[in-house]
Design a protein around this ligand. Structure first.
Ligand SMILES: [Zn+2]
Length: 236
């Protein structure tokens, strides 16, 4: 469950990401009544099994819910919740189609499972959290939105990369730069480590503050230049 909002007197509209059909919109009728049979199972970040009725409209109707994992440990801690909502918004913006994507679904479930146990780093910014950054870099990579950062897109050298130049579609070196988004060698190492480390180990990957800030700059620029959007949760 990625997001929900109030709909009419007692209903909610849910945006969910499913294993077999990708992004789905559904209405949970009567959920806001105290005696709703759906109870508190349909909360953002929860992992559920849904039974859906396909009506004539765009939204399906929820007819049954069983809980796989409530992820309440993530929702009850403000820092973890903020990290979770960054991940949920990234899914919502990058995966808008009703089309199954097994790797994206698996990444989402791993992200949510790990989120329950990450250390609360408040007052650090949730947008700089290694798990949040790792998840977004992996989603960007799966979507084909992640720029080429291994060598200079202009001249091909692999050393001395200083920034990301969206108009050229990748990293640039000192001679071809400066690029629109500057990054340090530490940032480049951080991005590559986060991409190659399993989500569960993102917190132990040794990401430095500078590395995290550079990774966030590349993530933000990738959304902006490849997808044409910004994540609201990242500016919080
Ligand atoms: Zn170059």
């Amino acid at each position: 469950m990625l997001r929900s909002f109030r709909f009419g007197e007692a209903d909610r509209v849910l945006h969910v990401y499913t294993a077999d059909r990708g992004r789905v919109g559904a209405v949970a009728k009567g959920i806001r009544r105290t005696k709703s049979r759906f109870g508190a199972r349909l909360e953002p970040l929860s992992h559920v099994e849904l039974m859906l009725h396909h009506g004539s409209g765009e939204l399906q109707t929820v007819t049954g819910v069983s809980l796989i994992s409530s992820h309440h440990e993530s929702r009850e801690d403000p820092y973890r919740l903020a990290v979770g909502l960054v991940g949920a918004e990234a899914m919502l913006r990058l995966y808008t189609e009703q089309e199954a994507n097994e790797r994206a679904f698996t990444a989402l479930t791993r992200f949510l499972d790990r989120l329950d146990t990450i250390p609360s780093r408040a007052p650090a910014r949730p947008s700089l959290d290694p798990l949040a950054l790792s998840f977004q870099l992996k989603l960007l990579w799966l979507s084909g939105y992640l720029p080429h950062l291994d060598s200079c897109v202009e001249c091909g050298v692999a050393e001395g990369l200083v920034g990301y130049l969206p108009s050229a579609g990748g990293a640039v070196c000192r001679n071809c730069g400066p690029g629109k988004v500057a990054f340090s060698p530490e940032g480049l190492r951080g991005i590559s480590t986060l991409l190659t480390t399993p989500l569960a180990d993102a917190h132990g990957a040794g990401l430095t503050d500078r590395g995290a800030r550079d990774a966030l700059a590349v993530v933000t620029a990738s959304y902006e230049f490849s997808g044409g959007f910004r994540l609201r949760t990242l500016s919080a």
